[in-house]
Design a protein around this ligand. Structure first.
Ligand code: SF4
Length: 473
């Protein structure tokens, strides 16, 4: 008599979109790992395939449809294979994803991952497909430590959701309302990452990270101060903030505390106050520029990066010119630049006609990219001859005899490894800070010479307890 094949538990997860999704995939892997699943890197070996999707850009949707079609043959070969769609696209499309002729057994929004292993088990034992797209007002997955670690760097989510309802953005509909994670669990997670995984730098994550707020009044600056005081983490970064949540005491903490990196990703979105108003961004071009000036006064060496959308409904050539002007005035180090694409469920889709032609959108995007590329390259040239503390992360993409890391301000630096150093030696240096003198640059990268006698394993020191109290901007 033939024996039934032994049941295997192998999970394959593919992630699209932002770092929040990377982190959520880590949560999913942890939930399945706790139930005896192993993670595989080849989907052909998997019993469960999960695509963690993004709904922010149209292209991300198309890629997922294409990917699901390409999985059809695996499903035909192995009908017991479970294929699930997670994340923002799942939340956005819900049940509809089951009716598209795609091999989808399970559709699950970002607030429902705790139910995921059980739902998968149900499908594997013959209960049929499922959809769960309930938004939660409280889920922060706070006691689940996903270990989203890359070398000496890690991400830690501190809040979820967004209350801002920018008119072009689908996030408030797919990720729900803002809720902040308990600070004790954040500090504990960072301590564990340092002790167990040799993590030297954490990036605090949230859709609206600097609006972090607990009921007892602890705000984002207060949370960072706690992390600095209670852990030996060498560097803290954060993404993505909103320009309306930069009180003076937060900027002063950044300026005074070397372990709190001088890098701010400050999404501009558009340079015209009228367009910003239609985008439901609650600042004008003048207030944005004043914020940039205030940041640069307190932190002259700050690294500033941004997001910009061109061709938003109603954007005229003159209004686009205002964006170019603001880009010149702000001198961003880098920008993520997009042409507007209408998204389902958004306020912009309901209120405004997508009336800027595709040709105009492409033309404006090209001119913006060209300007930013020139300005970014000029900024990089000004770094030549300067010295920076760089956190050693790994080998450079081009050669293992060169290593790479980032400055405090977030710029990528490639530098010479210590003479005769091997990849094993790299492990001893990873996560250490070293002085690097910048000798040359390309558009995206600085190149320099490391002073290995300066390499230190710890910056040490605790943040001042008497850092300034909150003040109005
Ligand atoms: S702040 Fe605006 S762009 Fe950012 S997630 Fe919230 S709604 Fe979207």
């Amino acid at each position: 008599m033939n024996e039934a094949p032994e049941k295997t538990n192998r999970l394959f997860v593919e992630t699209y979109g932002c770092q929040m999704n990377e982190y959520d995939s880590g949560i999913v892997r942890r939930l399945f790992g706790d139930r005896g699943y192993s993670v595989v890197v080849d989907e052909k070996e998997a019993d469960v395939i999960l695509l963690n999707t993004c709904a922010v850009r149209e292209k991300a949707h198309e890629r997922v449809y294409g990917r699901l079609q390409s999985l059809n043959h695996l499903k035909r070969k192995n009908p017991g294979l479970v294929i699930g769609v997670l994340g923002c696209m799942a939340q956005n499309l819900g049940e509809d994803l089951h009716g598209m002729g795609l091999p989808v057994d399970l559709v699950l929004g970002p607030d429902n991952y705790r139910d995921l292993p059980e739902l998968v088990e149900g499908i594997r034992t013959g209960n049929g497909g499922a959809t769960l797209a309930r938004l939660s007002s409280s889920e922060t997955y706070e006691e689940i430590e996903p270990e989203v670690v890359s070398g000496c760097l890690a991400f830690v989510t501190i809040m979820r959701g967004c209350d801002n309802f920018c008119s072009f953005c689908v996030v408030p509909f797919t990720r729900g309302r803002e809720r902040s994670r308990n600070p004790d669990s954040i500090v504990q997670e960072i301590q564990n990452l340092i002790q167990n995984r040799n993590v030297a730098e954490v990036t605090l994550l949230g859709q609206n990270v600097n609006s972090y707020k607990m009921d007892d009044g602890l705000d984002f600056a207060g949370l960072v101060r706690r992390i600095l005081n209670e852990t030996d983490i060498k560097r803290i970064r954060f993404t993505s903030p909103h320009p309306h949540d930069f009180p003076l005491h937060l900027l002063e903490l950044m300026a005074s505390e070397p372990r709190f990196c001088n890098h701010i990703h400050l999404p501009l979105q558009a340079g015209s106050s009228e367009v910003l108003n239609r985008m439901n961004r609650d600042y004008s071009k003048e207030t944005f520029l004043n914020l940039v000036k205030q940041i640069r006064t307190l932190m002259p060496d700050v690294g500033l990066t941004t997001d910009i959308i061109v061709g938003f409904p109603g954007e005229t050539e003159e209004q686009f010119q205002e964006t170019l002007e603001l880009v010149r005035a702000c001198e961003f180090d880098m920008a993520y630049m997009f042409k507007y694409s209408e998204r389902e469920h958004t306020l912009a889709r309901k209120k405004y006609a997508d009336d800027v032609s595709e040709d105009d959108k492409l033309d404006r995007l090209g001119r913006l990219i060209s300007l930013q590329t020139t300005l970014g390259a000029e900024k990089n040239k000004r770094e030549v001859g300067r010295s920076h503390k760089v956190l050693v992360e790994g080998t450079s993409k081009r050669s293992s005899s060169d290593w790479m890391g980032r400055t405090d301000s977030g710029k990528v630096v490639v530098f010479s490894a210590p003479e005769g150093a091997s990849l094993t030696d790299l492990d001893a240096y990873r996560g250490t800070l070293v002085d690097v003198e910048i000798e040359s640059c390309t558009q995206a990268t600085l190149k320099g010479k490391a002073d290995w006698s300066s390499a230190s394993s710890r910056t040490g020191g605790k943040v001042r307890d008497n850092a300034s109290e909150p003040a109005a901007v």
